[in-house]
Write a protein of this length. Structure first.
Length: 83
């Protein structure tokens, strides 16, 4: 079940199927990426070693691109999440 506390979710991109990609901040202050399908199901994700995950776009095939950090203050690392 998707459960989050956020006062500032960021919806950044939508594909032709109606899937929406974005990011949100949890109650502990960490940022995570998500995909929301047209039926309302939300899937939150982070790369296994990542922190502060930011989704920046979603392709018409549903692949999400963005960036994350290995550690706080570290350089950003790009990712692509394929459905």
């Amino acid at each position: 079940m998707f459960n989050y506390t956020s006062t500032d979710p960021h919806w950044v991109s939508i594909d032709q199927a109606g899937d929406i990609a974005g990011s949100y901040t949890d109650a502990a202050g960490s940022q995570h990426a998500f995909v929301r399908n047209p039926y309302g199901t939300i899937t939150s994700f982070d790369p296994p070693e990542g922190k502060e995950t930011t989704a920046t776009t979603i392709s018409d095939g549903g692949a999400v691109a963005g960036f994350y950090h290995y550690k706080a203050g570290g350089p950003p690392v790009g990712f692509i999440r394929v459905p």
